[in-house]
Ligand binder design. Structure first.
Ligand SMILES: Cc1ncc(C[n+]2csc(CCOP(=O)(O)OP(=O)(O)O)c2C)c(N)n1
Ligand code: SF4
Length: 350
């Protein structure tokens, strides 16, 4: 059996603006279970990077441990990558980001990897507003270790083993909003139309862009009583808004005049055009964003779409006032200015 992807592609497929083909964004052939939601998210990430024409070598894919964390092996084969210890992806992302601010950091994690063992790492990456796209493939269980409930499993939800989950669940989006993430969204692996623009907008945001994507585990948590199953999410999800993502280089053609639509301009001058389903939903107010989530939860519904955005948000580099250049662009004199400069700095602390 071979796991290498055939190099032949349809001759009609075109290159993106940077001259790359879709295959330049692909990775190895997936070994996840057929029908696993994670594979759909991987496909959406590949498509988003291709459409945004991001040179693959300008991307860093990072993960922890889990079926979800195996995903970087199945996408962006030409990007940089690091598969860390369980729950430790945020520290690896922080270190890499501090050394080279010129790359796009894409963290891929699971609900076990982030909400259980990695919760301490996650909250600090968020409150530092690390400039990264942080994707949680949320199936409410530990898929890789045979389906135990994770900390995002809803109380009362029933997995394959049959006993209902007795513990309260952690809502990662609420935590992210509370701790100052500038972009927070929730989506569903089975909703390609919503997930694609959300990923592209997240990749264009400066600071922490957090995306919680409900991603059913078909092997251990796709039962009728599970709130992370395909059936449940399709029956109970409600989109806060529909929206288009318009890159800066593209002409804006959509109508702005509609009373329930508005645009948000990001740092790189690309635009998010929101078409609100419910005009009472405000996505630029932190307190209201949390309230919206709770209101829908009370009714047993899962709110999806862009939940919160702060277009003015700063990233760790701006907050700390770090050097503008990636460290590998600096010469020896800048990196190692010598004893006299060190003495002067130490003097400043006395
Ligand atoms: C330090 C450590 N503790 C526990 C494990 C066992 N382990 C491996 S993956 C995993 C949970 C994975 O769940 P999740 O992150 O939700 O990913 P999924 O497989 O569901 O996509 C656990 C507990 C480990 N590998 N390392
Ligand atoms: S065990 Fe679950 S999460 Fe893991 S690959 Fe299979 S379906 Fe996906």
């Amino acid at each position: 059996m071979t796991f290498s992807r055939p190099s032949f592609r349809h001759p009609g497929l075109s290159a993106n603006e940077a001259g790359y083909y879709l295959k330049d964004y692909e990775g190895g052939i997936s070994t996840l279970c057929a029908g696993c939601g994670h594979d759909s998210i991987n496909g959406a990430i590949i498509q988003a990077c291709y459409e945004l024409a991001i040179p693959p070598h300008k991307i860093v894919k990072l993960s922890g441990i889990g079926c979800s964390s195996k995903s970087p092996a199945y996408l962006l084969g030409k990007a940089h990558g690091f598969n860390s210890v369980h729950g430790r992806m945020p520290s690896i992302a922080t270190g890499a980001n501090m050394a080279n601010r010129d790359l796009l950091y894409l963290g891929i994690s699971g609900d076990g990897d982030t909400a259980s063992i990695g919760i301490g790492q996650f909250v600090h990456a968020v409150r530092r507003s690390l400039n990264m796209v942080y994707v949680v493939m949320n199936n409410g269980c530990y898929g890789l270790t045979k389906g135990q409930y994770s900390a995002t499993a809803d109380k009362g939800s029933i997995g394959k083993k049959g006993d209902p989950n007795q513990l309260e669940s952690i809502d990662l989006c609420e935590i992210a909003i509370q701790l100052g993430a500038g972009f927070v969204a929730r989506s569903f692996s089975g909703d390609k139309r919503q997930l694609g623009p959300l990923l592209k907008a997240a990749m264009s945001h400066t600071g922490m862009a957090f995306l919680d994507v409900i991603s059913p585990c078909v092997t251990f948590n796709n039962t009728p009583g599970s709130t992370k199953s395909y059936h449940w999410v399709r029956e109970h999800s409600e989109a806060t808004n529909t929206f288009d993502y318009v890159p800066f280089r593209q002409e804006i053609t959509t109508d702005h005049e509609d009373g329930t639509s508005f645009s948000v301009v990001l740092h790189d001058n690309s635009t998010i055009q929101l078409h609100k389903v419910d005009s009472s939903v405000t996505v630029t107010d932190r307190r209201q964003a949390i309230d919206n989530l709770e209101r829908h939860k009370e009714k047993g519904r899962i709110l999806t779409g862009l939940l919160y955005i702060d277009p003015e948000s700063e990233d760790t580099h701006e907050i700390l006032g770090t050097v503008k250049e990636p460290l590998n662009n600096l010469g020896k004199d800048a990196l190692c200015p010598g004893n006299a400069a060190l003495e002067k700095i130490n003097e400043g602390f006395r």
